[in-house]
Design a protein around this ligand. Structure first.
Ligand code: C5P
Length: 429
């Protein structure tokens, strides 16, 4: 027979156990746990187990060197998923394994990250499954370095970490100070698994910062018809706007994309051609939106008359096209914008970048403008990368060095979420 005290404590224990079982903040999150070859690899076992117990679907990927420290079996048992090591291993379906894993991930966490994997990631080398997968993925990447303090302090490692953090916008979970495995004392011990778990949870949960917000985004370059076969267009590829829409959707926003480029997405995409089509769609949706992000390159002019037949060559050496001004969508909506709405404009400039952008910011009554210099080779139009200056109506100014458009989009989403939460907190006047 149990004593009263025993039965009370076992009830309490049961309740506690079921609370732990039901506490799964990382539910529906797929995390790739990348493990590279340092002594701290043994801590990846604890991390894998903690992440899984917090509800995440964890897939471990070991570098060949990591296998010298821990076995795939430990990680597959703790994650309850197969652990992956081989870049050219057997696949269950036709798609290469690293692409499959890369597409699945909400987040890639590399813990421990050695100087070697950090150097590979910084320079884009992909000679194993983990580095290939990171390169192929659009997911957020977090890196927990672990190495000897001299290796960490070496200018090469510092430069590589700087590239990961500031160019690729990977999140570095700083190593701790203490005695490392070889007996040296300094900074280089991998952060405690509890603090890595907290950073991961913060990153994944904070990610839904635009949940419940309606965000209207435009993408691409408008085409203004001259006749049935010709148009006036521009070099915009739509990549920046699509990256913005993907990033906002990833944060839980209710996204509407108005685009001149067709894309297949889970959020609604309205495909338009001309500035007037874009204006009509954007104006119809604007009132119900919390934010408008105009990344589209909208033609300032269109042919006054559109020929119904293909214009033929004539004896004359010249053809004169008469153009008329298009509506400036941003300008019009800036005038009717409510205080609880945010408008972000883009400015692609070939000269006087800052002064042109700041004039547009004011003239169009924007909350923020993202300016880029189109004379810089290899970035901007058509490229996957850009380098921009962000100006805020509050006087804020931030330079983002060259980085993938998706990383710029993520940063802009951070700024947008901050602005929208300031609006929510502001007293109703
Ligand atoms: O004045 P400018 O064309 O350089 O301003 C660029 C910003 O204005 C971009 O955000 C672009 O989407 C928007 N724009 C617009 N309607 C136009 C021209 C530009 O909304 N007719």
């Amino acid at each position: 027979m149990k004593s009263k005290g025993q039965s009370r404590s076992s009830k309490k224990e049961k309740r506690h156990a079921s609370e732990i079982e039901n506490f799964a903040p990382l539910e529906n999150k797929t995390i790739i746990l990348g493990v590279s070859g340092g002594i701290a690899a043994y801590k990846a076992c604890d991390l894998a187990s903690m992440l899984r117990r917090n509800g995440a679907d964890v897939h471990a990927v070991l570098t060949p060197n990591a296998r010298e420290f821990i076995t795939p079996l430990s990680l597959s048992t703790l994650t309850r998923n197969p652990a992956h090591c081989e870049q050219y291993g057997q696949t269950e379906n036709w798609r290469p394994e690293h692409i499959d894993l890369a597409k699945k991930a909400d987040l890639i966490l590399i813990a421990p990250a050695t100087a070697d994997i950090i150097a590979k990631l910084a320079s884009g080398i992909c000679d194993d499954l983990l580095s290939s997968m990171v390169l192929a993925s659009q997911a957020r990447v977090m890196v927990a370095p672990a190495m000897n303090p001299n290796m960490l302090n070496h200018p090469a490692t510092q430069r590589n970490l700087d590239i990961l953090e500031n160019r690729f916008r990977y999140e570095i979970i700083p190593p701790e100070f203490g005695e490392v495995a070889c007996g040296d004392v300094g900074s280089g011990k991998m952060a405690a698994v509890e603090s890595i778990l907290a950073s991961v949870a913060a990153r994944l949960l904070v990610h839904r910062t635009l949940s419940g917000k309606r965000v209207l985004i435009t993408a691409g370059g408008t085409r203004e018809p001259i006749d049935p076969v010709r148009f006036i267009g521009n070099r915009s590829s739509g990549k920046m706007g699509i990256a913005m829409a993907d990033a906002a959707a990833g944060r839980g926003a209710d996204v509407m994309l108005v685009s001149t480029v067709e894309v297949n997405r889970s959020y609604p995409v309205y495909v338009v051609e001309t500035a007037q089509d874009m204006q009509e769609t954007v104006e119809a949706e604007f009132d119900g939106c919390d934010a408008l992000i105009m990344t589209a390159a909208v033609a300032d002019f269109r042919p006054l008359r559109v020929s119904s037949q293909k214009i033929k060559k004539t004896e004359s050496e010249d053809l004169v096209l008469e153009l008329t001004k298009n509506p400036d969508i941003l300008d019009l909506l800036g005038r009717v914008k409510r205080n609880d709405q945010i408008i972000i404009g883009f400015a692609a400039e070939s000269e006087a970048l800052l002064s042109n952008a700041s004039q547009k910011l004011k003239r169009k009554n924007l909350d923020m403008i993202v300016a880029n210099d189109i004379t810089v080779p290899d970035i901007g139009f058509g490229s996957d990368d850009n380098a921009v200056i962000i100006l805020g109506a509050d006087g804020a100014r931030e330079n983002l060095p060259r980085m993938p458009k998706r990383a710029i989009a993520e940063h802009l989403c951070d700024l947008l979420a901050e602005k929208l939460s300031e609006i929510e907190k502001a007293p109703v006047s």
